[in-house]
Design a protein around this ligand. Structure first.
Ligand code: UDP
Length: 328
């Protein structure tokens, strides 16, 4: 059996990746320090004899006994309000955490894929964003802790590839949504759905003319899986090019949920990218991949997931582990 380490295993994307690799017949070792991840996302895997879990922070030395064929490095806070709350931890996991994963991959002669992001393009001056675009990032702005950590991650991953001959893959992930997002992680989709469910007005930041392009999680996982198994070491965008303004997105959520709440406008956060849309020509060519799930279908599934949460979960505002890690 092939054996894969998945960091960030208890998170939104990490937990879906665990499911996928188990389904593909891998032995899966999950790792997470549970700052933003939640064991609830993977508790269904615990009875599986091919799944093991380490509660460990990848920013510190990591060791996994036994062989590893692949490492899938997905540990990181991923929402703007999360990395504002734990900025130093965010920088550490993208830099030191990636270094530790690369070192482990080298020791085990494993192939590694790292989770990069559309944030490496910053507030882009080129539209749509191609992999060849170098980006427009403010290193000292509030988002810099995430963006620059991920840019460093790409640089050190390429360095291990070039200087150590390590088999590496880099996926640049655009906005993704689906079941197991944290309702209170601050990102726009859980924010709007949470507000609709609780009977609050929907908060659009700025005038809502900024755009995003939302990819359903199953499509993203398929793209990541194909990229890992491909022989392409340069970064690849994986996302859904179906672009929408945030104001129109709010209207879609109002229609989906049937809420009679209003849209209210709040201040646009600093350095909020004005437009974002992946150019997926490369993914189409190399991975023969493109998204299959239309937003109307993906949003319906995601809404059903959020509706199935208990009242306690719906009202939970802060994540339980932030305070513990904020000091580091
Ligand atoms: N946004 C919003 N209302 C909210 C949360 C977010 O209008 O309650 C906006 C945010 O300003 C951004 C977009 O929605 O323009 C997407 O934000 P998100 O935090 O989901 O991710 P980003 O793509 O900015 O990393």
């Amino acid at each position: 059996m092939e054996r894969v380490l998945i960091t960030g295993a208890a998170g939104f994307l990490g937990s879906h990746l665990c499911d996928r690799f188990i389904k593909e017949g891998f032995e899966v070792v999950g790792m997470d320090n549970l700052i933003t991840g939640d064991l609830k996302n993977i508790e269904h895997l615990f009875p599986n004899e091919h799944f093991t879990f380490y509660n460990q922070d990848v920013s510190h030395f990591i060791h996994v006994p036994g062989k590893l064929d692949y490492i899938v490095h997905f540990a990181s806070p991923a929402s703007p309000i999360d990395y504002l709350k734990i900025p130093i931890q965010t920088l550490k996991v993208g830099s030191l955490g990636t270094h530790n994963c690369l070192g482990l991959a080298k020791e085990k002669k494993a192939r590694i894929i790292v989770a990069s992001t559309s944030e490496v393009y910053g507030d882009p001056l080129v539209h749509p964003q191609k992999e060849s675009y170098w980006g427009h990032v403010n290193p000292v702005g509030p988002r810099g802790v995430y963006d620059e950590a991920k840019r460093f991650q790409e640089a050190i991953t390429m360095a291990y590839h070039t200087y150590h001959g390590l088999e590496t893959r880099i996926v640049r992930i655009f906005n993704t949504y689906g079941p197991r997002m944290r309702l209170n992680d601050g990102r726009v989709l859980p924010a709007f759905i949470g507000q609709a469910i609780r009977g609050e007005d929907l908060t659009v930041f700025g005038d809502g003319s900024q755009t995003r392009s939302f990819c359903y999680v199953d499509d993203l996982v398929e793209g990541i899986y194909r990229l890992l198994l491909s022989d392409y070491a340069q970064p690849v965008n994986v996302g859904n090019p179906d672009e929408i303004t945030i104001l129109d997105f709010a209207k879609e959520i109002i229609q989906l949920t049937g809420t009679d709440q209003k849209i209210i406008f709040k201040e646009l956060p600093t350095d909020d990218p004005k437009q974002r849309q992946p150019d997926i020509t490369l993914a189409r060519e190399i991975l023969k991949w493109e998204p299959q799930v239309h937003r109307s279908e993906g949003l319906r599934i995601t809404y059903d997931y959020f509706k199935s949460l208990t009242q306690d979960e719906l009202n939970k505002v802060e994540h339980k582990n932030f305070d513990k890690y904020a000091k580091h």
